[in-house]
Design a protein around this ligand. Sequence first.
Ligand SMILES: [Zn+2]
Length: 249
Amino acid sequence: MGIESLASLMPVPDLLQARRVLCIQPHPDDIDVACGGTVARLADAGAEVIYLTVTDGGAGTVEPRDESELAAIRQQEQRQAGHILGVRDYRWLEYRDADYLPPQDLQLDLIAAIREVQPDTVITLDPWLPYEAHPAHRNVGLCAAAAVLFSGMGNIGGRTAAPHGVSTVAFAFTARSNQLVDVTQVWERKEQAIRAHASQFPEATWGFYGTYFRQRAALYGEQAGCALAEALKVFTPMHLHCNVDAEWL
Ligand SMILES: [Zn+2]
């Protein structure tokens, strides 16, 4: 008996079958960069995609500048980018970007959001990406994973909303992908969406970023047997607790 037979006991859902998808990101732009092509494919297939952004993005600058002004710009950029991909519903938790995120508050907020939005699928960032140094990326991924685990459990997270179980969770920016999504047909839209975040991807840096994103997608594409792909780690909530095989499934 090998790992394959264990894997068949705990099958991983097909992400593209999702119908109502809550994308939880630390900053405006993370989901668009990590898996904007997958978002476009889901929206094109008729899924409702909801973006929940945790921080206000006010720290996303090299030169010091007014935080609330930058936050307003970034919210607008996110709406423009999401519109290109087919996202119509935006929620904002507006934690201050420059602060350390309080995990207990954030976890409760994310449980509440899942219960309110009632998605079948949550997409967030992989908090177990080796060498990820940004605390907001690690903490949002961890709190979102915990919220997926707990949103269906009635004694956790307060009793303001009815429990809601999620069937699928997918982690983007992952080093342990188990699903590759062909994004060849939507790649131009993904690039447009990323470039809509003009405060983060000015013309001067696009030579590097545009090339890197495309070459990375082409490498995933080689694995997937298509031109350009995105890589995600897709799970059910069962994989998120005491599961010694999850890393390799
Ligand atoms: Zn980010």
